[in-house]
Ligand binder design. Structure first.
Ligand SMILES: [Zn+2]
Length: 268
């Protein structure tokens, strides 16, 4: 007889059930941990759209379209600090997850107006990092904070602080997080955006979090990591949308071949 659930305890979807993929090999990454914590705090289980079909805990796509086997890992100099609005880690379409999949030094923190995680303050104060808040310069009052290039101070690594939220939430987060006030603001320039969008034949002017991260990687001379993250995002999008529309994924199409070319070791 199936065991009947007697209370509204959320099911912890973040624990991988089958071992072959990277999440279980490496332990949960920062966004997966934040998702698990957020789920545990929910009074009601979070029902993502289309979540009636079971999703893989490693990539959040339905098992039939799992892309865990394609998860890249690159050695990159910079780190990422994702500050996520409350609901963001629960969305299966969140692309901050992909950054954490690929860049080992990625941390993720939940945002609240009245409190800040001490671990976030510690990370921002850690002398190994040169933090930049990535945000459009035209919305920054103190214009002297705005920079358009990444400068690498000796002995420091760039740390990109990304506000992972909708645009209106991100603006609120930026205004109401006094601990960010002292940091330089890296403002991505129209020429960065248009070059990037040209290459990706995207014209709507809107970048998702993983695309912003790819641009940051480009700006600090990590073109391989930048390309790999873009390619991984394309593969994720393909799997995610194919699952949603009940379409089969062609593992030999251009997006898959591009990611494979970037992640396979070069022939000797
Ligand atoms: Zn998976």
């Amino acid at each position: 007889m199936p065991i009947q659930a007697t209370n509204a305890q959320p099911v912890d979807l973040s624990v991988p059930q089958s071992p072959p993929h990277a999440v279980s090999r490496l332990g949960l990454h920062a966004v997966a941990r934040l998702r698990a914590t957020r789920l545990a705090r929910s009074l009601k289980p979070f029902i993502a759209r289309g979540s009636r079909k079971e999703r893989c805990a490693g990539c959040r796509v339905m098992h039939s379209h799992c892309l865990c086997a394609l998860r890249p890992s690159v050695a990159a100099q910079p780190g990422f600090c994702l500050i996520m609005c409350d609901i963001e880690p629960l969305k299966p379409s969140n692309t901050g997850w992909l950054i954490a999949d690929m860049v080992a030094d990625t941390e993720a923190f939940g945002w609240a107006r009245t409190a800040v995680d001490p671990a976030l303050l510690e990370m921002l104060a850690d002398p190994q990092w040169q933090p930049y808040v990535v945000f459009p310069g035209e919305y920054v009052e103190a214009t002297e904070r705005v920079v358009t290039a990444v400068t690498q101070a000796p002995g420091k690594r760039p740390l990109f602080v990304l506000l992972d939220a909708t645009w209106s939430e991100a603006r609120k987060m930026f205004r109401k997080s006094p601990y960010l006030d002292q940091l330089p603001v890296l403002s991505l320039q129209p020429e960065h955006l248009s070059n990037y969008q040209l290459r990706r034949s995207k014209r709507d002017g809107h970048l998702c979090t993983a695309e912003v991260a790819a641009l940051c990687l480009e700006l600090c001379a990590e073109p391989h990591a930048a390309d790999t993250l873009s390619a991984y995002l394309d593969v994720f999008t393909k799997h995610y949308l194919s699952a949603k529309n009940s379409l089969k994924v062609d593992w030999e199409d251009t997006v898959h071949l591009r990611l494979r070319a970037l992640t396979e070791p070069a022939p000797e």
